[in-house]
Write a protein that binds this ligand. Sequence first.
Ligand SMILES: Nc1ncnc2c1ncn2[C@@H]1O[C@H](COP(=O)(O)OP(=O)(O)OP(=O)(O)O)[C@@H](O)[C@H]1O
Ligand SMILES: [Mg+2]
Length: 255
Amino acid sequence: MSALVELEDVVLRFGPKTVLDGVSLQVSPGERLVVMGQSGGGKSTLLRLILGILKPTSGRVIFDGTEISRLPRRQLNEMRQRIGMVYQYSALISSLTVRENLALPLEELTDTPADEIDEKIRSMLTAVDMEGSEDKLPAELSGGMRKRIGLARALVMQPELMLYDEPSAGLDPVVSSVIDELIIRTSEENQSAGIIVTHEMDSAFRIGTRMAMLYQGRIIADDVPEKFRQSTNPVVAQFVSGSTEGPIGEGRTAP
Ligand SMILES: Nc1ncnc2c1ncn2[C@@H]1O[C@H](COP(=O)(O)OP(=O)(O)OP(=O)(O)O)[C@@H](O)[C@H]1O
Ligand SMILES: [Mg+2]
């Protein structure tokens, strides 16, 4: 199956700082690529490049055969409707209720009838275990609840590509497993592609069909979970074991 999203030798600099230093990767429909790496290593930046919010300094970001950075505004917006993003910080609109937050993309971007929108919202809220929260404002929810609503909002559009920035950070283990299950189920049902940034090893191994390690601006490992777990690369091994001994944490940060 050909890749839905592809990065080709992507370099990204912010001023003098090189955050990504030649990243190449591909994700096909039905695949879930887990991306791991140090804090500040460029994982959120990678997702922003795929959404077309940032443009690469050099290299190409391709979605469904089209180079994103070359798209005119209107086509970029159309493409973004095919991508769902779960933000690291839930990014709900604070003045809108849960129902309004979830309805917004459907109302703005589709011609789904109102009763169908209500039905979709109800079933998404049930899926993330938040039924009955339609009339709550984001400020009335806990961090974990907001995260689940953010997930529901991304999934309600049934996107072909889902990007998750730390979907289970700050959630208790039970809710975290529920979210993992939901990520897996929706990607299997829709045959959508997924890129999941996470620090939680248990989640990573549950969710990923492939795992990649971003280190010092490069992908230093990209493999199926069983192989990734057995990697002899010292950075990967340290990350997987969560050890304080190893190349990470010796005062070296991403370039
Ligand atoms: N708009 C920006 N302008 C300048 N520097 C930026 C910008 N966005 C990110 N950076 C820098 O790029 C680096 C990578 O940031 P990024 O948010 O991608 O890291 P991350 O891997 O997601 O980290 P974390 O795990 O803590 O979320 C950081 O050093 C950050 O300060
Ligand atoms: Mg981040």
